[in-house]
Design a protein around this ligand. Structure first.
Ligand code: ZN
Length: 139
């Protein structure tokens, strides 16, 4: 299923030209036109799905296989020192296009790319309380 108003559906379908790295029946992987690093790919399912929270097990397996395959190709081709996989779900998490996608970023020692991350501390008992809620939701 496609969403006619979704730019990533159009890119995945090839209706908007892109620098395609990989394509199969279910996915298209393209170079990001506004890269965060030199060697920034985006994995797009061809079927519209809002985010990772709304996908089926079979799709999850397939998409992670494609992410790993392309990440390996980027590492082999560019000789980078590491790879970041970024995936946002929901506006609060930084998602700006509401079509599931994974960013794959080539990383180099001293490349000065940063992902801001400030660590916090739990108050007494707070970690167990939060973990208990998550465990209950998994049942
Ligand atoms: Zn879409």
């Amino acid at each position: 299923m496609k969403d006619d108003n979704c730019i990533f559906c159009k890119l995945a379908a090839g209706q908007i030209p892109s620098n395609t790295l990989y394509e199969d029946e279910d996915f298209r992987v393209i170079m990001d036109i506004a890269p965060a690093v030199k060697g920034h790919a985006i994995v797009l399912p061809k079927q519209h799905m809002n985010d990772l929270l709304s996908i089926e097990e079979d799709t999850a397996k397939k998409v992670l296989f494609v992410v790993s395959k392309v990440a390996n190709a980027i590492k082999d081709a560019l000789g980078c020192d590491g790879i970041n996989i970024l995936q946002n779900n929901g506006e609060a998490a930084g998602q700006s296009v509401f079509h599931l996608h994974f960013h794959i970023l080539a990383r180099y020692e001293n490349d000065h790319f940063t992902i801001p991350w400030k660590t916090l501390s739990y108050t007494e008992g707070e970690a167990e309380e939060i973990a208990g809620k998550i465990r209950a939701a998994l049942r």
